[in-house]
Unconditional design. Structure first.
Length: 267
């Protein structure tokens, strides 16, 4: 790590204020050019206690940057992860107030709901055994950090995204529930419509070749930082489509075929 405790705390407080006030702060990667992923996860973790003290409960976890295309775009070779809180959860078909987010975007994913903990060196079989059920899901992204610096043009880097809770802002779960081995999740995909126009399609194989692999990675990553997934946690396994911009007036519908469907409206 390159940042000291006071710098980590200052960055965490700046992000908490930005979220509360619906505004964006400058790139942390410019303010701290030597910032590492360890620093970024420390900033993410430093936001957890104030949020929990305010009454928010941890709902689960998200895995991001799982596709090769997104990793190549950012010059990285690893996913990232963030925290899901209970007030981020929306029912399918719900309407999101236009005062909720700054620049919302949506991705289509498969969510895992756990019935047992996952920690450390786990296998694919361990993940399936610990999973209660899988459901179609949407992740709502937002960013409390600028996507690009207006002066230099530098785009947000992986450390900015991780510090900003992996750009997570919301989760929408479909109603269909399936045993984790009821489908070959590599072949589970979705047709995603934006206001009745098909704008994206994808398959679960776009997520590290198999969405289950994401949870294997997450268990190991969390163990490194003294964390674990617990029974009851909801885990977003990673998107198999590119983010869809969702300005006011957007309706998103993701049709997963026999796997189910899920949708959300933005007021």
């Amino acid at each position: 790590m390159t940042l000291d405790t006071s710098q980590i705390e200052a960055a965490a407080q700046a992000l908490l204020a930005a979220e509360a006030e619906r505004r964006q702060i400058g790139l942390l990667s410019i303010a701290h050019p030597a910032m590492t992923l360890d620093d970024a996860y420390a900033i993410q973790a430093a936001q957890m206690r104030p949020k929990r003290d305010a009454g928010r409960r941890i709902l689960g976890w998200k895995i991001g940057l799982t596709s090769k295309v997104m990793q190549d775009a950012l010059g990285i070779d690893t996913p990232d992860s963030g925290v899901l809180y209970d007030d981020m959860l929306f029912e399918s078909g719900a309407r999101v107030p236009n005062t909720r987010y700054i620049e919302p975007r949506v991705e289509a994913e498969i969510a895992f709901v756990l019935k047992a903990p996952l920690e450390g060196e786990v296998s694919r079989a361990d993940v399936l055994a610990a999973t209660d059920y899988v459901v179609p899901a949407l992740e709502i992204l937002d960013t409390r950090i600028l996507r690009a610096d207006p002066e230099s043009g530098q785009r947000r880097r992986i450390v900015d995204t991780v510090a900003d809770n992996a750009a997570n802002a919301g989760i929408v779960l479909g109603e269909a529930r399936h045993a984790p081995d009821a489908f070959d999740l590599r072949w589970v995909g979705a047709i995603v419509k934006h206001n009745d126009e098909t704008v994206a399609t994808g398959l679960g194989a776009g997520v590290l070749d198999d969405p289950v692999t994401g949870l294997v990675w997450l268990a190991r990553r969390m163990h490194t930082y003294g964390q674990r997934m617990n029974a009851g946690d909801v885990v977003l396994s990673g998107s198999f489509i590119s983010p869809i911009e969702c300005p006011s007036g957007t309706r998103i519908d993701a049709d997963f075929g026999r796997f189910g469907r899920v949708g959300i409206d933005f007021a």
